[in-house]
Design a protein. Structure first.
Length: 344
């Protein structure tokens, strides 16, 4: 068996403590990342496999997390489908969003050569990473990816054009979801072939749909991707942010782990979700922006009872880290997880 507490936990072993990592752990709070960004653009860091490997492993060195997540973005899939994308100060922006043009959708075609630098990066990370560190691969769920492709940016957090398309043009919606799913399956399975230890599917905008519509329209596509990854032998974490009461519709056929967002309660999620599914989450990342160690530690202490009673739990934030989070709080959190007596 592996000596990685992350791999042992996600594969079902009872470990002495919960593993810890954070969504967006590389590209937001690390001083080492911010100084690299003075020299290189985000695109440079994503497209040069040596730089990608270096950035992926920075949080392992600087924070001591148990897992590294591949340094890339969910929007590599629309790019590989032929859409032009810019990463601006205000976030990702597509030159020509789809809106509701069906002719545009039929022109999209997957070009997998646009993803090959990512597989090279995985190969390098596998050689360079410490033995006790796991590597997590990822992609976006077809619905979250569609939101960006149709809307063109996240300037409006409600993605109104994407939601309108879904309600009024179901055939175009399905065609688009199908295209994204097919390419995502190939991409995800290739990541597994190159040696990732776990795979996370990001559904950041699950909360934009009524959950019954989410379950009917989107979940079948999610299952196709997660089943392909699991069939290839890799455990899957699914992060349906904002799904709320819809969590009870996520069964073991969807994922090995569910990542719980900060609006939900871990205890409630544990009561709701199939016991065979492990849980990840759900510390509120905004607490990392408060420069008061007493507040940090007292909020962390709330997880003690949960962690003593639940072995299939991975500590993480309830959404990604943000640039205003304080590095020393994030590092102190890793130390707290590692030094707490979990009495397991
Ligand atoms: O540590 C890491 O940063 C890991 C690599 C990573 C991951 C897992 C990045 C780098 N992006 C993602 C996933 C991602 N990208 C998601 C899903 C997870 C989440 O909700 O956080 C989403 C929605 C995106 C889209 C995206 N790309 C956004 C969010 C826009 C929004 O508000 O809707 C942003 C800001 C980007 C650009 C981006 N991606 C990653 C970084 C480090 C950056 C910023 C680039 C920079 O340095 O300027």
């Amino acid at each position: 068996m592996s000596n990685s507490v992350f791999i042992r936990t996600i594969r079902g072993e009872r470990c002495e403590r919960p593993p810890v990592w954070f969504m967006r752990q590389a590209g937001r709070v690390l001083p080492s990342y911010l100084s690299l960004r003075e020299k290189y653009s985000f695109r440079d860091l994503m497209h040069n496999p040596e730089l990608t490997a270096k950035v992926t492993l920075l949080p392992v060195q600087d924070l001591g997390v148990d897992a590294a997540i591949l340094f890339s973005d969910i929007l590599v899939i629309p790019e590989a489908l032929g859409m032009e994308l810019n990463f601006t100060d205000k976030g990702p922006v597509f030159d020509a969003p789809i809106k509701n043009q069906s002719a545009y959708i039929s022109r999209l075609q997957g070009d997998t050569s646009k993803l090959s630098h990512i597989y090279k990066a995985i190969d390098l990370i596998k050689v360079q990473k410490p033995e006790d560190c796991a590597l997590i691969g990822f992609c976006g769920s077809p619905f979250t990816t569609l939101c960006y492709m149709v809307q063109g940016s996240s300037a409006n957090h409600f993605f109104p054009d994407a939601i309108k398309l879904i309600y009024s043009h179901r055939q175009q919606t399905s065609h688009l979801l199908e295209l994204i799913t097919e390419l995502s399956i190939e991409y995800a399975v290739n990541q597994v072939k190159h040696g990732i230890d776990a795979f996370q599917l990001f559904e950041t905008h699950a909360g934009l749909l009524p959950y019954e519509l989410y379950v009917e329209l989107v979940l079948p596509y999610v299952k196709r991707i997660t089943s392909a990854v699991r069939d290839a032998g890799c455990p899957v974490i699914f992060f349906p942010k904002g799904l709320g009461a819809g969590l009870k519709q996520i069964h073991y056929d969807v994922a090995d782990y569910i990542s719980v967002d900060w609006q939900d309660s871990m205890e409630e999620a544990r009561r709701t979700v199939d016991p065979r599914i492990g849980l990840q989450g759900n510390f509120d990342p905004r607490i990392f922006s408060i420069d008061n160690p007493n507040i940090l530690i007292s909020e962390l202490e709330k997880y003690k009872a949960f962690g003593r009673n639940n072995f299939n739990w991975i500590f993480n934030t309830g959404h990604g880290l943000s640039p205003d989070n304080l590095f020393h709080n994030v590092r102190r959190t890793v130390d707290w997880i590692k030094t707490t007596d979990w009495q397991r």
